[in-house]
Design a protein around this ligand. Structure first.
Ligand code: HGY
Ligand code: MN
Ligand code: MN
Ligand code: MN
Length: 419
């Protein structure tokens, strides 16, 4: 049957608008892991899953899982092999409404189509709404999909957010049992494959005037927290030559990171300092303590590891030259993850069946597929986004492109053969 692309796209748009209204902040979209707003969004997604014909449940990390039974699946069967479709419902600060949420909504709309068509498959289909992909609250990244892949590190429970609340306490407050984290893990037998629909968050598809693309790999990334210590002093009395200004040392380190990344254009290397705390934080006090996080990425892992070593050596030299000291810890290091060729072929065939080209592209952004790669093969379908803008309220995808993405996902599942 022909799919109503416009209707699918409009449905997606309406669901994204409903989700975008659930925010920690009145004037912009921010929804961090395990906040009351996360719970409200999780309940809404769980309700949509039920309405689409799935059994919805929440796992030990708060991931909402919708289960669409396979053909002839006995009531209450567990460990059923399933195709996993998912993405995340947490956001960065001042986020757009598509990053993550589109992949969850696309999965729900695809299953709703199967239910309406009375379509069942020889495998189950699970739609997963992960709650901690961005790492915008705790010093963890991809923690909920890591738990699904059986790779949750209990040391993460001790990490604290900007208010000093630990992940452990936040999970308890959310109603989760931290001792049950292991129950979130799927077995390899259960996880047939993982596929994610996501906005590209870059300009390639728009530049090529293409609505959808097939991802070949996700660039590896590391996040390194750097603490710089200097000497506090009076802003009016300490001569510039006698200062041990932790902020200026940190600023020079950030510029050093920029120079290192710029020296690796062929590795698509990027370096970003997106968070910085300047202490004690008074206008007229020379900062004696600065904490910042360096986000470093590249298309392959060796140059990224080498660049991090280079940065640390440079940062230590800058600290010494300024009479400061520095400590560093890399709390997230995620290798480049390759999308499985057989799943890329499946997505390419689904685009072909819609008369669409299937361009291949690398993802500079990280995704839950990097966790899921630990337990199963994964692939991603990218959706064109306006100006390649993301992590920004100006993020935008058209109804038409979103409708095509849902249609391509439907075709992919219908053609999926895990054998
Ligand atoms: O940071 C990333 O690449 C992703 O948006 N979490
Ligand atoms: Mn995302
Ligand atoms: Mn169909
Ligand atoms: Mn993101």
């Amino acid at each position: 049957m022909t799919l109503d692309i416009e209707r699918l796209g409009r449905r997606a748009e309406a669901m994204l608008d409903e989700l975008a209204a659930i925010s920690e902040e009145p004037d912009r979209l921010t929804r961090r892991f395990l906040t009351p707003e996360h719970k409200r969004a999780a309940h809404l997604v769980g309700r949509w899953m039920q309405e689409a014909g799935m059994v919805a449940a929440e796992d030990a990390l708060g991931t909402v899982r919708g289960h669409y039974a396979r053909d002839g699946e006995p009531e209450g069967a567990n460990r059923v092999p399933r195709l996993l479709i998912g993405s995340h419902i947490d956001t960065v600060l001042n986020a757009g409404k598509y990053d993550g949420m589109l992949g969850v909504v696309a999965g729900i709309l695809a299953v709703e189509h199967f239910r309406d068509q009375n379509q069942r498959f020889p495998f189950a289909v699970d739609v997963l709404a992960f709650g901690d992909e961005e790492g915008s609250r705790f010093p963890t990244v991809l923690s909920s999909s890591a738990a699904t892949a059986g790779a949750f590190d209990t040391a993460w429970l001790k990490g604290v957010d900007r208010d000093g609340i630990s992940l452990e306490k936040a999970m308890a407050d959310y109603g989760l049992d931290t001792a049950a984290v292991g129950t979130a893990a799927l077995t390899q037998e259960e996880a047939l494959a993982y596929v994610e629909v996501h906005i590209e968050q870059g300009p390639v598809l728009e530049h090529g005037d293409l609505p959808l693309g097939v991802v070949t790999s996700i660039a590896g990334q590391n996040r390194t927290r750097v603490n710089v210590r200097g000497v506090a002093g009076h802003a009016g009395t300490v001569p510039m030559t006698l200062r041990q200004d932790a902020y200026l040392a940190a600023a020079e380190m950030a510029l050093a990171a920029e120079a290192i990344a710029k020296a690796h254009p062929d590795d698509a290397m990027v370096a970003t300092v997106g968070t910085i705390k300047v202490m004690p934080g008074a206008v007229n006090v020379i900062p004696d303590h600065v904490e910042f996080v360096l986000d470093l990425r590249a298309a392959s892992d060796a140059p990224r590891a080498k660049a991090l070593k280079q940065f640390i050596a440079k940062a230590e030299a800058i600290a010494a030259a300024r009479g400061c000291s520095m400590t560093h810890d890399t709390y997230h290091d995620c290798p480049t993850a390759a999308c499985a060729p057989w799943l890329q072929d499946g997505l390419t065939q689904s685009l072909d069946s819609l008369g669409l080209k299937a361009p291949k592209l690398v993802s500079g952004a990280g995704h839950d597929g990097q966790s899921m790669a630990k337990i199963t093969d994964f692939a991603m379908l990218f959706v064109r986004c306006k100006g390649g803008i993301s992590h920004n309220p100006a993020e935008f995808a058209t109804v038409g492109d979103m409708g095509l993405a849902v249609a391509a996902l439907i075709k992919f599942v219908e053609g999926f053969d895990p054998a």
